[in-house]
Design a binder for this molecule. Structure first.
Ligand code: ATP
Length: 472
């Protein structure tokens, strides 16, 4: 089992890292400073060190030298990103900009581990997550995407990854990188939308000392930092026009010139770009350079939206429940049938990221081991129409008294022909069955707690009626 040393002076930070990594079967040890880390290193063998850069006393960067040849990943907030790039020049395996999601952390650790496997054989029982199993999904669109990723990975051509927000464009870029001949080098990911316009050129291309006010030292740019590896430019549609012109020159000539420098430097970088925007339309309105568009649109990978991935949605929901509940130290949770039903009908405008967050919310909010619809906090207006089912004349009115067999049917069995939100469904179900079922039975069928049933009754003005069946 790979062993990772976590170095951070904040115990809470170490705890969050520990949880995520242990859930992935990594063994961890901890240190609060460089000195403590040195003690740990002399007493044991580690496959990887993850350190905060800004530690009291000696900087975390010092560990790159002290721990060699063990790879070191440095963590830092965005304000110190430049120092992180410097740390990479000193030999850091990678950097993580904080705050980061568990998925970001694991992706970077995986990448570092793949390097370890290849160079030293350490952590050899660890295969990384470039396998199909991690890239969850088995619908036709994902199978075809995985085949195309392999083809794209075999080349060095520029590739444009298209898809709505949260569909997995960055994850796809990582898969391309991990499956490519550059997998042992780093992939530098840059979100063009997150860097202020005034900084983007100096971040990408670096600058020389004295190039502008405040440039007290020379800086390496992110393109140069990706030399030998892959550069992933996320949200390329947001790149300002001046930076687009510079990027175009880099693509055409394979050279970069730092701001304020008179000489160019050759860099060997494979470029992957992603966007959720229609670049052709932007180019036609002169909001994106047409020539750059043609240059980056050589190979294309298209991400399917989650709502078009059929059974993948529920498979992924189960997968996230088991992953997140064990990461959060609350294993054994599961989704109720109604929750799954809502998940499969939800529109998922934020795609997989939204699903992941809804499940995280569900795991935290669920009172027992079952995650109910309400725990997920879905926007009810994004629930899609429930497919029409021939109506039973006896059940044509939502307020008719039901027979006792009816509640054994599932949510979609309630006769409904129009668009039906979860709220509508709740109200109709309660009105239809409240005379024949106890509150406990109703709550169970709806997949919610009795407290939640009571609250919703209040919200929708559906007080419990006299003469109802006694509570079980
Ligand atoms: N096939 C998948 N299997 C498991 N998790 C996935 C998959 N695709 C995406 N994810 C997870 O969904 C989240 C969003 O993925 P990612 O950041 O790659 O999307 P994106 O399209 O780049 O988003 P954005 O457009 O906002 O930049 C991440 O946490 C990622 O790990």
């Amino acid at each position: 089992m790979p062993q990772i040393l976590l170095v951070d002076d904040e115990p809470s930070q170490r705890q969050s890292l520990r949880k995520v990594l242990r859930a992935r079967d990594f063994k961890t040890a901890e240190a609060g400073s460089v000195a403590e880390a040195q003690d740990q290193i002399s007493g044991g063998k580690f496959d990887l060190v993850i350190t905060e850069m800004n530690l009291p006393g000696t900087s975390g960067k010092e560990l790159i030298r002290l721990c060699a040849p063990t790879p070191v990943i440095v963590m830092t907030n965005y304000a110190s990103l430049r120092s992180a790039v410097e740390a990479m020049k000193l030999g850091a395996a990678d950097y993580i900009a904080k705050p980061c999601t568990p998925a970001d952390l694991v992706a970077v650790v995986d990448q570092a581990m793949v390097g370890i496997d290849e160079s030293t054989g350490a952590g050899s029982n660890y295969t990384g997550r470039s396998d199909e199993g991690f890239f969850t999904g088995k619908c036709d669109a994902i199978r075809s995407l995985l085949r195309n990723i392999e083809k794209v990975a075999r080349t060095d051509s520029t590739c444009l990854i298209l898809g709505e927000t949260g569909t997995g464009k960055e994850l796809t870029a990582r898969q391309v990188h991990l499956n490519s001949a550059r997998a042992d080098r780093r992939m530098v990911a840059v979100n063009c939308a997150a860097i202020p316009d005034t900084l983007i050129e100096s971040e990408l291309f670096g600058y020389e000392k004295g190039a502008f006010t405040g440039a007290n030292t020379s800086r390496v740019g992110l393109i140069e930092a990706a030399d030998g590896g892959t550069l992933f430019l996320d949200e390329i549609g947001e790149l300002p026009l001046a930076a687009q012109a510079r990027l175009l020159r880099f693509i055409q000539e394979g050279e970069i010139r730092r701001i304020g420098s008179t000489s160019s430097k050759r860099v060997n970088v494979r470029l992957l770009c992603a966007t959720h925007r229609d670049l052709a339309a932007l180019a036609s309105r002169n909001e994106f350079r047409q020539d750059l568009y043609y240059r980056i649109n050589v190979l294309r990978l298209e991400m399917p939206p989650l709502r078009e991935r059929g059974d993948d949605v529920n498979d992924m929901a189960h997968w996230f429940v088991s992953r997140l509940s064990s990461e959060m130290g609350m294993p054994g949770k599961s989704l109720t049938d109604n929750a799954l039903h809502a998940i499969s009908r939800y529109h998922w405008p934020g795609n997989i990221r939204e699903l992941e967050h809804a499940i995280e919310r569900g795991v935290v909010m669920a009172e027992g081991s079952e995650i109910c619809v309400d725990d997920l906090g879905l926007e009810t207006n994004a629930i899609r129409p429930i497919p029409q089912r021939p109506r039973d004349s006896e059940r044509s009115s939502p307020v008719t008294t039901a027979t006792h067999e009816a509640p054994n049917e599932t949510a979609q069995d309630v006769g409904v022909s129009e668009e039906l939100s979860l709220e509508d469904y709740f109200q109709r179900f309660v009105l239809e069955y409240q005379d024949s079922m106890s509150e406990t039975e109703l709550a169970k069928k709806l997949g919610i707690s009795r407290k939640c049933l009571w609250e919703r009754r209040q919200r929708f003005g559906l007080p419990r009626r006299n003469g109802r069946k006694k509570t079980a």
